[in-house]
Design a protein around this ligand. Structure first.
Ligand code: FDA
Length: 393
């Protein structure tokens, strides 16, 4: 029997697309290797799912073609998804940077998607792993762990490789390669950065400490948010954001005091507390343990403020505002929130998500080379790309 449409992956993109197509009257089947629908949604946003953002722009995404995402994002916006959230009376709230989270649980979003699928009589085949796709005269043959099926159209929504414990597979990338479609090399994104052992040993007393920083890459990308020192290196929102742009081997620049006028601070301190140690002076602005680490690293001299000459003061200010650290890697897919890279968007239509040279084959969601910032952007891409695909069929 030939199915109208088969969607591979019951995640955010696959479920949303399935509901839309089912309600358009298509016979839709969703295959997923897991036991439950929307497993990543359930663990997202600390269990409260940051389902979109108040401000969504193409510049919030990393992609080899920064224009590709514009069409879908402008045709199905955050306000469109929010309208659906309101229709289901899901309580939500806004956090910093316009991030929208469920008040209660991410399960509310999965329930919404499930109801949309029920309205469209979508069929599910869970615990079924897609192993290979072959093109046939009238569509595609799907070889799965539970037998072989035929489908007129196939939508690949298998996501990225992050959180391998959830059963993520590289079938999307393998299928692309099988059909001679280019894949932009994949790597972990929105991920903590790790440090070399000598530096890690010195910074270890800081594990668990968070401070507001501004972090920049060599190429000039900058984020201002909290940085968290961990027992493996650096994490927190500012590091997750910067990891999307950091290239292996490069240093990052950390401004430890982005909100302080340091020249003025030193001038004031020289008047009121010149006899105090530089360590105590700087501990008025930063955690004392961090100042001690900077002294141990010989970035800051352990002397009284009155002995600090002007060139030395300049060097201290340079360290505090442009602390150069070269991470030795990332924590990898185990803790990453997204996968950077993926199906090269050059081979896809930005209006329909269909492979230009293979009618009937589509890629949606994270599997393609479009990755968002932290803040609900990845789910918005799942919704927008799924909508564009469903709208075109
Ligand atoms: P998704 O990964 O959701 O779904 C893919 C599905 O395909 C999975 O169910 C998988 O099992 C299935 N599959 C894979 N291979 C298969 C095969 N061979 N056969 C059958 N099925 C197969 N984003 C955001 O915007 N806000 C947030 O709050 C968070 N929080 C967050 C927390 C954590 C811990 C992680 C890991 C990620 C996030 N994200 C996020 C990112 C977000 O979860 C992610 O970008 C979307 O889930 C991507 O949706 P997709 O539908 O593309 O893939």
């Amino acid at each position: 029997m030939q199915q109208d449409i088969t969607i591979i992956g019951a995640g955010a993109a696959g479920l949303f697309c399935a509901g839309l197509l089912g309600q358009q009257g298509f016979d839709v089947s969703v295959i997923d290797n897991g036991k439950k629908l929307g497993r990543k949604i359930l663990m997202s946003g600390g269990g409260r799912c940051n389902f979109t953002n108040m401000t969504v722009e193409a510049s919030n995404y990393v992609s080899s073609n920064p224009h590709f995402c514009k069409s879908a994002l402008s045709r199905f916006t955050q306000w469109d998804f929010l309208a659906l959230v309101n229709q289901y009376q899901i309580a939500y709230h806004e956090r910093d940077h316009g991030q929208l989270f469920c008040d209660n649980s991410a399960q509310d979003i999965v329930n919404l998607l499930q109801s949309e699928c029920q309205k469209g009589n979508v069929k599910f085949q869970l615990q079924t792993e897609l192993q290979q796709i072959n093109q046939k005269d009238n569509g595609f043959e799907l070889i799965t762990s539970r037998g072989t099926f035929n489908s007129h159209r196939v939508i690949i929504a298998t996501g990225g490789l992050s959180m391998p414990a959830l059963g993520m597979t590289s079938i999307g990338y393998k299928t692309a390669e099988q059909f001679n479609l280019p894949v932009v090399p994949v790597r972990a994104g929105l991920v903590p950065l790790t440090l070399h052992k000598p530096l890690l040993d010195i910074l270890s007393p800081l594990s668990g400490t968070a401070i507001m920083t501004q972090v920049s890459t060599v190429s000039g990308v900058t984020f201002k948010e909290n940085l968290l020192f961990t027992h493996r290196g650096l994490s927190g929102p500012v590091i997750l954001q910067i990891s999307n742009y950091w290239q292996s081997g490069e240093a990052i620049s950390i401004n430890l005091l982005p909100n302080t006028q340091l020249e003025q601070f030193f001038a004031d301190q020289r008047e009121s507390s010149a006899g105090q140690s530089l360590k105590n002076i700087l501990s008025k602005l930063l955690p004392k343990r961090l100042v001690e680490c900077l002294i141990q690293l010989e970035h800051i001299p352990d002397i009284p403020l009155k002995q600090l000459n002007i060139p030395q003061q300049k060097a201290v200010i340079e360290t505090l505002t442009n602390w150069q650290i070269t991470p030795n890697g990332t924590e990898g897919y185990r803790t990453a929130e997204v996968t950077l890279g993926g199906i090269d968007t050059d081979v896809l239509s930005s209006k329909t998500m269909e492979v230009k040279k293979i009618p009937g084959l589509y890629f949606i969601g994270e599997v393609m080379d479009v990755s968002g910032w932290l803040g609900g952007y990845n789910f918005q891409w799942a919704w927008s790309s799924a909508w564009a695909c469903a709208d075109a069929i």
